[in-house]
Design a protein around this ligand. Sequence first.
Ligand SMILES: [Zn+2]
Length: 249
Amino acid sequence: MQVYDSHCHIGLDGKVAPEDDHSRAVAASVGALLVVGIDAPTSQAARELARLPGVRWSAGLHPNDSTKFDEQWAIIDELGHDPSCVAIGETGLDCFRDRTPLAQQEHSLRAHLALARKLDKPVIFHCRDAFEPLFRVLDDEEPVRGVMHCFSGGIPEAKKSLELGLHLSFAGPLTYPKNDVLREACAYAPLDRVLVETDAPFLPPQSRRGRRNEPALIIETLTRLAEVRGLSLEAAAAATYDNTIRLFG
Ligand SMILES: [Zn+2]
């Protein structure tokens, strides 16, 4: 079995060496990881982690860090041009933590979209309590390839995201007992548009809630995804692995 963690931030919290997270992941059949940048320093660090086998990386500025745009965008733009950088983001909108004005988040989001189109690279979208404003921006822009990372909506939001050509990536919340609406969306999406991720060190699956997450724990989320889709674990792993390769190359 070969599993792809399509979105993680190993090394970010400084609590565990990224090499240790990586080797435990490999031992758990998670042989491919996409390490996602959330600002200029973490995008640079993600590029360095690509020395580890199976690690890919992205460059972007998280919506909650949009206030750093003027200071950091030139670096992120340059990192995005690196041929080994497989995606632009994470970017998007976040109305949950409102420390960054939405107008500033949108300005940064549109810059990411322009860069992704110019480079023909997929976009990693963060969307927290922000489907309405995010869909408004995406309807207004030319289409891009990409993924709704840690998808958190129901069927209507899944449908709209799929119509925009995006993939949906499911994280630890898929395992939370109350999240039937999310599981319905997971069952609804065409299998070839579904990815799986940890968002580690954040969002641990149910059995580790309140603790630190790591890529090896993706198996719990993938097991739930397989159940929801009526697949074997191996078939769910193979489908999400192939989808992630197709999206990010
Ligand atoms: Zn993330």
